[in-house]
Design a protein around this ligand. Sequence first.
Ligand code: DGL
Length: 270
Amino acid sequence: MKIKLNSKSPIGVFDSGLGGLTVIKALQKILPNESFIYLGDTANVPYGNKSNTTVIKYSKKILDFFISKNTKAVVIACNTASSVAYDELKEKYDVPLFDVVRPSVDFANHISKTRKICIIGTNSTINSKAYLKTFKKIKSNCSITEIACPLLVPVIEEGWANTHIANLICKTYLHSLNKTDIDTLILGCTHYSIMSHSIKNVINKNIKMVFSGETVGIKLMEYLKKNSLINKKNKGHVNFFVTDYPQKFNELAEQFLDQKLNSIKCIKLP
Ligand code: DGL
């Protein structure tokens, strides 16, 4: 059944937890009149060390929830779900769906001068080889290095981003980059933007960081414009949903977004 899209409808954005807020922040800047529904699947965070089957199952439940809210587009604000679930979701759902892998690959490929790019992400993202496959698909001549950084998400969800411990962990994962001529670093996990100060502190000054939120935001805006789906009248807002423990999410989200969350609901997905 084809769904009817309406410019006034909200846009669904989801992640396992806090990471997708970095995407929301970028989307709010790029598309200030849009309304968003954010879902943080906090009952199941982290996604990055779960099997593909499990992440696909969680993602489908979230898509069903967004469809029930009549969203006009859905952004998978999670590199792990984008890497392992996007193809299957695209096949099953009619709603316009945006992953965060392809936009960052296009952008990094465009800006790298040394043609040497590094991607950091969760175990699942790196093991899926989704980034490598996408660089190949666009026939990039860049040489690609990938580093899994599985400790970063738990540290961020604990509220310890940009602390001394975070700096040490980032240094341990990333110091080898400084001996290469890599000039572009894709933060291939939406959580990592929250830790960008620690990352910046330990990498060479000339390395540019690529953030999922900004690159997917531009693609989404282009799509909405092209299909006359931009909401011109509304004053944009976000309705927040989580699947467990709203208190902690609320506290860290307010800190990160630097705004009060007007509504946050805890829901159980069937
Ligand atoms: N923020 C997500 C990502 O981009 C999920 C991380 C996780 O839950 O492990 O990969």
